[in-house]
Design a protein around this ligand. Structure first.
Ligand code: BYC
Length: 324
């Protein structure tokens, strides 16, 4: 069992819970000071917290390439993108804080492995073409997931998603632009682009979460409009959108079974290796140890700043009390 909450936790038949559900069904936004079922709060903290952690950990595979970007322009663009991810993490931590959990608590849960972050960031970025694949596929998958979340029922989360989505579409375009350059470049560059697509295709499909049959949270989260679509629905939309983009690049999606299905109006495609996915989210992916070590080091290195700010706040407070 890889999930942190069992379905029964959500079962709350009280009059308050029924009135709450009626508000959700009527499309009202829930705000931080409104009454909410404990399970709704817990699910949001889990999802928004994991989302925030993903943005922060997600800086690592790209940050790794800032010094090696091929031109000054590419360097400036990548730097701006990575900074955007830090901003996304901050909006999301703020949204989670309105639910009564502090950013420090969330960070500690990430660092000691109690909270997850997206599986995708446990794969290495080996070549410059990977920056293209990450922007195109990873940010592309993120947008597919996050556009519907602009309509999610919790006000602070939905408002954070509006700005995040605007920035993500810039990220996706910069990734596709790198892929275009590589795919139209020398045979070696085109091969590099194909290799990046080969390695990032299935991990990108995994970003949407396990298949609906194995998704423990989807039913309740969709009833609460914390999630607007199932994992499989979004994965299908992503494949349908991305395959023509790969064709335009002259690259081949690494799936021999991929075939347009007229009846369903979408592609039939091979599922990712779910055993690999569950290993990665258990902590056994190619880069889990490295990613968590980097975040732990950043937390330890920042201790003097946190201590200094705390001491300053305490001094100011003591002065204020003495003056009263
Ligand atoms: N990775 O019942 P399910 C970005 C876990 S950042 C790891 O379907 P749920 C970017 C799931 O947490 C993008 N774990 O869960 C940043 C649960 O375990 P727990 C991040 C995963 O929550 C920088 C268990 O599997 N986006 O794009 O209903 C640079 C069962 O799954 C994953 C978000 O976070 C995964 N991929 O649905 C570039 C979006 N999938 O928690 C780009 C917000 C599932 O019970 N989150 N698990 O222990 C969501 O929409 C949903 O949480 C998910 C999963 C669709 C991801």
């Amino acid at each position: 069992m890889y999930a942190q909450m069992v379905k029964s936790e959500a079962a709350d038949e009280s009059a308050e819970a029924q009135a709450f559900q009626a508000r959700i069904d009527a499309g009202e936004k829930i705000e931080p000071k409104d009454w909410m079922p404990a399970g709704y709060r817990k699910t949001l903290i889990r999802q928004i917290g994991q989302h925030a952690h993903s943005e922060i950990v997600g800086q690592l595979p790209e940050g790794n390439w800032i010094t090696r970007a091929p031109t000054l322009e590419r360097k400036a663009i990548l730097l701006a993108k990575v900074q955007d991810e830090a901003g996304h993490g901050l909006y999301l931590y703020c949204a989670a804080e309105t639910l009564g959990v502090s950013r420090d608590e969330l960070t500690e849960m990430l660092l000691d492995g109690r909270m997850k972050y997206s599986s995708i960031f446990n794969y290495p970025t080996l070549t410059w073409a990977d920056m293209g694949a990450v922007g195109w596929l990873v940010d592309g998958a993120a947008i597919m997931n996050q556009v519907p979340l602009q309509r999610t029922s919790f006000g602070p989360y939905s408002r954070a998603m509006i700005r995040v989505c605007k920035e993500e579409s810039f990220h996706q375009r910069q990734g596709y632009d790198i892929m275009m350059k590589m795919a139209q470049g020398t045979p070696e560059q085109k091969a590099m682009a194909q290799n990046a697509l080969d390695r990032f295709w299935y991990p990108s499909l995994m970003m949407f979460g396990p298949s609906d049959a194995d998704s423990v949270h989807s039913a309740q989260s969709m009833a609460w409009k914390i999630k607007m679509n199932t994992n499989d629905e979004l994965r299908q939309k992503f494949v349908d959108q991305t395959v023509p983009q790969a064709e335009y690049l002259g690259l081949t999606v690494p799936d021999k079974t991929l075939k347009w299905n007229d009846e369903k109006g979408g592609y039939d495609f091979a599922e990712p290796d779910w055993a690999e996915f569950f290993e990665v989210i258990k902590g056994n992916g190619p880069c889990n140890t490295e990613r968590l070590a980097a975040r732990n080091k950043a937390w330890d290195d920042g201790k003097w700043v946190r201590d200094g700010l705390l001491a300053h706040a305490e001094k100011r407070n003591a002065r204020k009390v003495a003056a009263e």
